[in-house]
Write a protein that binds this ligand. Structure first.
Ligand code: PMP
Length: 308
């Protein structure tokens, strides 16, 4: 990963190399943290953070699910994020706020442990590659089930949840595929290890509902709104794996991934279709501040300071 100058840590900007924690920190032992993945883009109005408010809302929701009291409010975290981007002099970057139970006791319950909050910012290209965005990615249905609402809550973007994603990603990559697609315990299509999924058939766009063990993705919500603005019909639908095999188009989306066309599922070739292309183009126009229709989603960073 590319190092930047500062990391925001518990209310202060500290040097990248000094942002350390104790090895007895609860979060390290039990995956007891929550996090966000956010992007800031270089727009005609300056660096702008895409849908920061919604990301911070989800951050609060995730913490609430883990009984975690965040020591900083939404306005403080918004100001901290702006300050960090400006201080690191980044025109565009990936942002990673994280809150975790810190150093104190090692009892699993984490009662009384402090909650540490950090925000990292660093340059990060398209998660599944620029080539993948252009020519499409290959996918494999994972042998790992997506975690369920009564196992580990999928609605929380919690660090421990990502063991499920790690196993699915690693299995798919070792088998030579770009990405995994996960089914839930009932066999319905859920999401990718770090992306939500959309299917196009006969001009209709569908995506699994939130109850199918998916993360409530902010890109998913963005794509639904953009697609509707462009006149498409979007429906939430229960999908089974063969719906993917016979689809006209499939794509994955997420903050890090943006929009990645899926050109094959379990070795059934799909290619890259026009609806995916149109939505990908519109999404990139929205995040880069090129299309005014969606400019309300941009949180422009107030001032850009050169690093001292
Ligand atoms: N599903 C999972 C499992 C994810 O990790 C992510 C990435 N946060 C997404 C979907 C997409 O969410 P978002 O669009 O909010 O980045």
């Amino acid at each position: 990963m590319l190092k930047t100058d500062k990391i925001w840590m518990n209310g202060e900007l500290v040097d990248w190399d000094d942002a350390r924690i104790h090895v007895a920190s609860h979060g390290l032992h039990y995956g007891s943290g929550v996090f966000e993945g956010i992007r800031c883009y270089e727009t005609p109005r300056g660096p702008a953070i895409f849908r920061l408010r919604e990301h911070l809302e989800r951050f609060e929701d995730s913490a609430r699910i883990l009984y975690m009291d965040l020591p900083f409010g939404r306005d403080e975290l918004r100001a901290a994020t702006h300050e960090l981007v400006a201080r690191n002099g980044l025109a565009s970057c990936y942002l990673r706020p994280m809150a975790f139970y810190g150093y104190g006791e090692l009892s699993v319950g984490a009662q009384g442990n402090p909650v540490d909050v950090v925000i990292l910012s660093f340059p990060w290209g398209a998660y599944l590659g620029e080539e993948g965005q252009r020519t499409g990615i290959t996918t494999k249905i994972s042998s790992w089930e997506r975690i369920g609402p009564n196992v580990i809550p999928h609605a929380a973007k919690a660090t421990g949840v990502y063991l499920n994603s790690l196993l699915a990603t690693t299995e798919a990559r070792r088998a030579g595929y770009d990405e995994a697609i996960m089914l839930n315990a009932e066999g319905y299509v859920a999401d990718g290890p770090g992306e939500n999924i959309f299917v196009v058939r006969d001009g209709r766009i569908s995506t699994p509902p939130l109850s199918m063990s998916i993360l409530p993705g902010i890109t998913r919500d963005t794509i639904i709104q953009i697609a509707q603005d462009l006149g498409f019909v979007v429906e939430e639908a229960l999908l089974i794996r063969t719906d993917l095999y016979v689809a006209d188009e499939v794509f994955l989306c997420g903050t890090a991934t943006e929009v990645a066309p899926v050109r094959a599922v379990d070795d059934r070739e799909l290619g890259v279709g026009p609806v995916t292309r149109e939505l990908q183009k519109a999404y990139l126009a929205a995040v880069n501040g090129i299309d005014e229709r969606w400019s309300h989603w941009l949180d422009v960073v107030d001032a850009v300071h050169a690093p001292a």
